[in-house]
Design a protein around this ligand. Structure first.
Ligand code: ADP
Ligand code: MG
Length: 198
């Protein structure tokens, strides 16, 4: 008779830009490593900010990560190491495709701890898939707020500044800021829903 594997855990860390998602992910990963657990980290290659092969926060904290273009390639990189891996970390998860949800569920059934960090809303203030889907099946959701750059209140939104219609604006310091609900003005100049980069 085959022995059942104890289930793992899905944790989602979410909120707007500058809310400390990457810092919190890095903090959890560091603690897992102190507990001598084997951790693998991934992020999408669309996020080239600060460092090509690391998770990076706005406060310049980093942790090694494997950069992959999509969930298919993430799987290819992950599966040869799956026996040893105990914790899977994913940053900027909003830029991965919807294959991330079945992958997270597969991992949790194999007894892995999955920690996913990503934006919950676009700069239009709308749900940013696949994060809401992952939140729905998570064991724990941590929704962080940033500080509103207009009034200093807790901020749940990411404000796009200016009227750029560019799809990809890499290294776009000063293009986004955190805003509270009262000061958020949804960007209406384009149909495009992507928010880049965080
Ligand atoms: P996220 O991954 O959610 O975008 P990071 O972990 O990269 O956030 O960065 C969080 C850090 O950003 C904070 O600890 C702080 O140093 C800095 N920061 C800059 N602007 C803000 C803001 N408006 N609100 C909160 N933190 C900010
Ligand atoms: Mg981040």
């Amino acid at each position: 008779m085959s022995q059942a594997v104890a289930p793992g855990r899905i944790e989602v860390i979410t909120g707007p830009m500058f809310s400390g998602k990457s810092e919190e992910l890095i903090r959890r990963i560091r603690r897992a490593k102190i507990a001598r657990q084997r951790v693998l980290c991934f992020k999408p290659d669309i996020d080239l900010r600060y460092h090509k092969t690391a998770i990076a926060s706005h406060s310049a904290q980093t942790h090694d990560a494997c950069v992959v273009p999509n969930v298919e390639r993430l799987r290819e990189a992950l599966f040869p190491q799956i026996e040893e891996m105990e914790v899977l970390g994913v940053d900027e998860a909003q830029f991965f495709d919807e294959g991330l949800l079945p992958l997270a569920l597969e991992m949790v059934h194999l007894g892995k701890r999955v920690i996913v960090a990503g934006l919950d809303t676009t700069y239009a203030g709308e749900p940013f898939r696949p994060i809401p889907d992952l939140m729905a099946v998570a064991d724990e959701v941590t929704k962080l707020s940033a500080v509103c750059m207009v009034c200093g209140a807790p901020a749940i939104h990411t404000q796009r500044l200016g009227a750029s219609r560019e799809l990809v604006v890499v290294g776009a310091a000063g293009l986004y800021e955190a805003r509270c609900r009262a000061h958020f003005e949804p960007f209406t100049g384009s149909d495009e829903q992507l928010l880049l980069p965080t």
